[in-house]
Ligand binder design. Sequence first.
Ligand SMILES: [Zn+2]
Length: 432
Amino acid sequence: PEPTWAVLPPRCIEERYKAVCGAARTRSVLSLGLACFKQLPEKVRNTYLCQVYNLTLLCTEDYVVEPQSVQFLVQHGFDFNKQYSQGIPYHKGNDKGNESQSRSVRTLFLELIRAKKPLILHNGLIDLVFLYQCFYAHLPESLGTFTADLSEMFPAGIYDTKYASEFETRFVASYLEYAYKKCKRENCKLRDSSGQHLTVEFCSYPAHMSRYIDYRYCSLEEERHGAAGGNNVPVCEKFSAYGWCPKGVKCPHSHNIDLIIDEDDKLWEKRKKRKHRWRHRKNTKVVVTTFQQESSGENMEQAQNGEEGPPRKQSCFEPAAATELAEMAPNGEGSDQVERKSKVPAGLGSASHPGGTHRAGFDAFMTGYIMAYVWMLKQGKNTDAGAGPWLPDCHNKLYLSGKSVPLQIVKSSFSKSSKAHSEKIKLAWDSA
Ligand SMILES: [Zn+2]
């Protein structure tokens, strides 16, 4: 059944907001990834120029660090020496005097607002709360005020690619790296069959800038980490389902996303051949998550162990709503939150990439790529982009884990925007 957006239970979401706010007030952002995508109209359709930034930051105020988180980050290549010696300083909360002239991360964030472009995140609630608290202003007490502020800060809309890829594609999982690699694969197929496809170009930088640039192999072609041959390690079911496994690097099973997608594709083909009639996964997801909310753990077990039906891997194992913050914990390598959030000390690494660690910038790139791909699919042959939102069904909707309904970024008639925000945004527009 189609979820009814209007019946979002506000209480528990409000609680979740408060918990994330607590984290944002006491923790700090270690690095910030930003990827800007610009459509190149003179090139073939769906060609973008992409520029990626990976900023290492240093909060100038006291903040909480968990030893475990730091350990995890060090193990995954985060350079604390670099952070403390070269990190860009910033302070949290409200502006201290007129800061709009200075060159700082806060000014950069203000520039993003002034640009009036759509903002794209992946599983973005925690991101937005941290961005607001660390680079904008003190967080409002209520969620309604927070969303009212956001709707004014980003009038072109906020998109969540976790929500968009669940809503618009039929991928069986939606964690960042899975969605990205799956989009890339599908895009390859489109290109090979001469369909319209996505092309991304990158800037070429002069040699003297090379020490600031961290290249990462990123072609349209598949990178096959030898996934197909020789490797008989079975995939880890948990990791496969939601990009997270409690065993982390010690897991005896494979966390290789290419291998995981191979398996999913094989399963899909097999089912297609058997002409097995089965409901689309998307529908099942809605059914199962609704079920999760309403029933006890026992029923969940039954749902998970059911024999028939499509692979419901994600909905089976997806952490329930309350674990949102637990996902920020240090050892959850690769969970959507942990994998890519560089803002809490639990941020950077993922061992799923041997020989490399996640960078906030690359995560931002993957997020933008997913959005560009989904948008291309939705546009189809319709060249009239029009003035409306890109994906009306996903416009201003944030993914909520464990929920079948999204959080809507709106200014409702019940909530006013915050004072700090109103003053700040006025200054931003005036000086734009
Ligand atoms: Zn595992």
